[in-house]
Design a protein around this ligand. Structure first.
Ligand SMILES: [Zn+2]
Length: 215
């Protein structure tokens, strides 16, 4: 896929893996159809192309008490079943993504006390310092980012829009994303295109039209 992208100079390019966590994959509390396949594809991509990136980072949904982000009767738009609680199995990265995560240099955790869809709301900890994703990337002279992960219509969308907003030349690798619902995924693709984000690959579309994630 995306051979034209692969041949570009990579020394200023980062790969951002968004929320490839158990709760967003089949069997998780907020399972997105195709999540485990996304984890497998990301591992294959990193094994084949990982050394072409200046750096690979990951984001993680990391909830303690995120208020109205969790609901007993979620609307699957603004409120969700509890997921990715700190310390839970659901918050761990999916086992199929393990080969990729051996190459991940930093993890940016987000959402401990409020909803946080974008990885750019997350922080990594270095010593006693918290560093935000945009600052971390700029410190490494990153100018372009490629984004993959879960879900296309929520955290991938928000991370990509923020990346573009922060001035990074942004590409989303669609065949390494999975969406919660078809309608919101289509809206996300339109919003990302509108923001000048390059969308490459075929969407791995196993979403339901209504927006009710399976599981
Ligand atoms: Zn969340």
């Amino acid at each position: 896929m995306a051979d034209n992208i692969r041949r570009r100079p990579r020394e200023h390019q980062a790969l951002i893996l968004v929320d490839v966590q158990n709760d967003f994959c089949e069997g998780g509390s907020l399972a997105v159809a195709g999540g485990a396949e996304v984890a497998r594809r990301i591992s294959a991509h990193v094994l084949g192309h990982g050394d072409e990136y200046a750096t690979i980072v990951a984001t993680a949904d990391w909830h303690d008490d995120p208020g109205g982000h969790f609901a007993e009767h979620p609307d699957f738009v603004d409120s969700w079943p509890p997921h990715c609680r700190i310390g839970s199995n659901g918050a761990l990265f999916h086992p199929a993504a393990e080969p990729a995560f051996e190459h991940v240099e930093a993890i940016f955790r987000k959402g401990s006390h409020a909803a946080a869809y974008s990885g750019f709301e997350g922080f990594t900890t270095v010593g006693d310092k918290r560093i935000a994703l945009a600052d971390w990337l700029r410190d490494r002279a990153i100018e372009q980012v490629e984004i993959a992960g879960i879900a296309t219509d929520h955290c991938v969308r928000a991370t990509a829009l923020d990346a573009a907003d922060e001035g990074f030349e942004t590409t989303v690798l669609l065949d390494m994303t999975a969406g919660v619902a078809r309608q919101s995924t289509n809206a996300a693709l339109a919003a990302m295109r509108e923001a000048g984000i390059l969308l490459v690959g075929e969407l791995h579309d196993v979403t339901s039209p209504q927006g009710h994630p399976p599981g």
